[in-house]
Structure formats: structure tokens, C-alpha cells
Design a protein around this ligand. Structure first.
Ligand code: SER
Length: 328
């Protein structure tokens, strides 16, 4: 016999699986999801054998998203309600390993979409990126619907993934939700292999040496966002009523837009001593193909998105919190 009154957590607890939990987004997402749903309800999965210190407050499993049979078996046994699939190669690394980037960025998505189609998963989050846009896209206030001709492998994989997500929603009713993340700025875990990574690296160098050499030129305006806003956006989208999620490819999301020179000025104002020099490398061409700023009115209208952090608040928080011992 069931007791008449079930304990609160018995009723609402859902199980969440975050694949790619060791990355820049994954680490903070897992921590925030655990605050909301309980530490034991949120399983962190990553290809790394051992879990980072930051994620040690809850369950961790080693998972290679390319090992399809293992992923299938795990999900069918564990039955997570929501799966966040974050494992991917970012733009700069993908240019160096195009075959592997295409494989990693696409195959994991197919495995998860198929499991949701079979009813093994209720909801999927899959990240897209500003990289889905290209040099023929209008660069300022880039609309939700516009020309999309990405010129990087990463952008091509994200655009193809968006099309597949929408297809699985239309054809099979798979509840898949997505955001086109701008460059993400955070101090908990380092980014790796992206074109927007300069906007994180700069804080470590500013604090340690008072100087930084940027791999993008001073005029490269790019859409950016402080991680806390990005995590909140992700969870708000995932928790929004199904009927409010009208876009099943991926939502534009804007927060900040600045150049390396703007960022350097803001750091200088906050810290006093800081000098920047510029030595653009191959990542400049990637940045040049991406928007300067993004129109996110669809996210605002459909599920009430509002950013909180401006440039000044972001710079202040980063300078206060980056741990320079992470810089080798
Ligand atoms: N931050 C990513 C990159 O630079 C863009 O999504 O690759």
C-alpha cells in the first residue's frame, strides 16, 4: 500500500544526465542543476576517467558519446528524464581535426535523438552556436531567421544538427530544445579550443602579469555572455512549458557584444594597470565570419529570456574570481 501523503521529493524528483559534464558549460550546468533537483538526481558524464573536484558532490560516470551501444544501454537502464548533450569539439580545434569534429559533433546527437524517438528520454538539450552564421549573414543584430552559410566545420556541424533537431521534433515529436550560445565567459572551468576563448584567457593574464596578447585583432566584435546568464537561460528554456518553445532548431541568444579593445578598456578601468597587444592568428578568420551582435527577441518573446550581466559586472566578477594558479 502507498502511504496517503507522499514526501515532496518523491513526487517531483526527476533524473538528469549531462554528457560532456567536464567542459566549460557542463561543469557549471551540473552544479546548478544539482542545486535545483538534488545532487543525486543529476548524473555527470564525461569521457575523462575521473571526475573533477568541482563535480564530486554527486554521481559521475565515464562515458564516450561515440560508444553508441554503451550510451544506449546506460540510458535505457537509467531512464533519465532530461539529457543535456554537451560533448563537442569547438571551432578552433575542429578546424584542426575536421573528420573527428564532424563525427563527434553529429554521431552523439543521432544516438540521443533516436533514444528520445523511442521514448527512452523525455527532453533533450543540445547546444548550437553563433558559428551557424557565416560571412554572408547580416553581422549586426543578426536575426533569428537569416542567411546561414557557415564556413567552419564547427559551424557546419551545428547548422546540420539544428536541422536534425527540428526534423525529429516535426516528424517524431521529440522534445528537443537548443540555444545558439555566444562566446561564454566563466571562471569555474576553462574553455578549450574556441575562437572566443581570448575573452576568458585575458582575465588570467591581466591578474597574473597585467598584460595580454590577443589572438584576435582589436576590432573583432563578437557576441558574448557571462556563464551565469547562459546557465540560467539553458535551464529556463528546458523548464519552459512545451507550447512556449516555438523554435525547435535553436534560439538566438544575446548578452554582451564587445571587441578585445572594449574588454581591455573595461579591465583597465577596474584594475588600473593593464596592457593589451594584438597578434591575430588563424582564429581571426573564424571571428571575421561570425556576427558582431545578435537579435534574441524570439527567446525574449517565447520564454521570457532576460540577460542580467553587463560588461562592467562581468569584468568585475571575473577579476574577483579567476584563480591564476590554473594558468600554467
Ligand atoms: N565559443 C565557441 C567557439 O569559439 C562558439 O560557440 O568556438
Amino acid at each position: 500500500m502507498f502511504p496517503l501523503f507522499l514526501p515532496f521529493n518523491f513526487i517531483v524528483m526527476k533524473k538528469v544526465l549531462v554528457i560532456g559534464a567536464g567542459g566549460q558549460i557542463g561543469t557549471e550546468l551540473v552544479l546548478e542543476l544539482r542545486k535545483r533537483f538534488g545532487n543525486n538526481q543529476v548524473i555527470a558524464a564525461d569521457v575523462k576517467e575521473t571526475c573533477s573536484e568541482a563535480l564530486s558532490n554527486g554521481p559521475y560516470i565515464q562515458m564516450d558519446v561515440l560508444d553508441k551501444e554503451n550510451v544506449r544501454e546506460y540510458i535505457i537502464n537509467e531512464k533519465p528524464d532530461d539529457v543535456y548533450l554537451l560533448a563537442a569539439l569547438l571551432s578552433a580545434t575542429a578546424e584542426k581535426h575536421p573528420d573527428f569534429a564532424w563525427k563527434l559533433n553529429m554521431e552523439g546527437l543521432f544516438t540521443i535523438l533516436e533514444l528520445a524517438k523511442e521514448g527512452q528520454i523525455k527532453k533533450i538539450f543540445w547546444p548550437s552556436s553563433i558559428a551557424v552564421f557565416g560571412p554572408t549573414t547580416p553581422r549586426d543584430n543578426t536575426p533569428q531567421y537569416t542567411v546561414m552559410e557557415p564556413t567552419t566545420i564547427y559551424g557546419i556541424s551545428k547548422l546540420a544538427g539544428e536541422r536534425w533537431c527540428e526534423y525529429y521534433f516535426n516528424k517524431y515529436g521529440v522534445d528537443v530544445r537548443s540555444i545558439r550560445y555566444p562566446g561564454l565567459i566563466s571562471y569555474t572551468s576553462l574553455p578549450g579550443g574556441g575562437t572566443t576563448d581570448y575573452a576568458v584567457d585575458i582575465f588570467y593574464h591581466a591578474k597574473k602579469t597585467g598584460t595580454y596578447t590577443s589572438f584576435l585583432n582589436e576590432e573583432s566584435a563578437l557576441p558574448m555572455m557571462y556563464m551565469e546568464d547562459a546557465i540560467r537561460a539553458t535551464i529556463e528554456l528546458m523548464e519552459a512549458p512545451k507550447e512556449n518553445v516555438k523554435i525547435r532548431s535553436s534560439y538566438n541568444l544575446a548578452g554582451l557584444s564587445f571587441t578585445p579593445a572594449d574588454l581591455a578598456n573595461a579591465i583597465q578601468k577596474e584594475q588600473g594597470n593593464f596592457e593589451i597587444t594584438y597578434a591575430p592568428d588563424f582564429r581571426q578568420a573564424i571571428a571575421d565570419s561570425w556576427p558582431n551582435s545578435i537579435d534574441d527577441s524570439a527567446a525574449k518573446n517565447d520564454w521570457g529570456w532576460r540577460e542580467k550581466y553587463d560588461l562592467h559586472q562581468m569584468v568585475k566578477t571575473m577579476l574577483e574570481n579567476v584563480d591564476i594558479s590554473k594558468l600554467n
